[in-house]
Design a protein around this ligand. Sequence first.
Ligand code: CAA
Length: 241
Amino acid sequence: MSRVALVTGGSRGIGAAISKALKAAGYSVAATYAGNDEKAAAFTAETGIKTYKWDVADYEACKAGIAQVVADLGPIEVLVNNAGITRDAPFHKMSPAQWSEVIGTNLNGLFNMTHNVWPGMRERKFGRVISISSINGQKGQFAQANYAAAKAGDIGFTKALAQEGARAGITVNVVAPGYINTEMMSTIPEKVMNEVILPQIPVGRLGEADEIARCVVFLASDEAGFITGSTLSANGGQYMI
Ligand code: CAA
């Protein structure tokens, strides 16, 4: 029987590439999405991957949603915490809502999702938790005090949980993408992209979502069982840590 993988924010951007790559690798995949019904329906029609709508910032919604996925596909063996949002603003202009929305999705989402699959993984003595952090959680970023705080938090969360999961056969890792060619990039003004960001990337281009998906498939595999608590950076050489 194929292993079951759940990808949050799995119908668009990097998440869609991860869902498709896991399916191609033989997993039974479910993808969550937060708002865009039309895009999710189109994704399911294109890929055959079932989508589920809930907000990862809401603990009870995660609990109920995960129970539904388990009823449909079976116990979740691979959790990919990919759902993420930006609400960029220089700190002096950042509102409390911009702060809490980003922390709610990008950091609390990891607790809400992982906490609801963790007991089953412990019981079955197998699990893979892979979270998508960001280069900006590693190096900080202008106008992203909220996002950088959450993404740095994702790395700390991973390192702590890796220690708890180790004896139960659960690995917990993080992928830290650099600037990837997705819709999220459209919020960056063209001038900033061309004059500030691109010149900082030694390979001279944005990354592709598939290049992040490949990292996830590798960390999810049974063969990656000795890798835990690690941060896999895929950023075109922009930041080396
Ligand atoms: N680095 C350095 N300077 C930047 C900058 C950046 N990334 N982004 C904006 N600036 C500068 C602008 O060039 C501008 O400078 P000048 O006034 O000298 O022209 C100044 O900051 C803008 O300041 P304002 O107070 O006018 O800012 P604003 O209220 O209009 O907000 C902004 C604009 C939201 C900061 C907008 O410029 C922006 O979105 N910038 C991009 C921020 C960014 O890089 N976010 C990363 C998104 S990618 C991501 O999150 C995915 C990932 O994981 C990698």
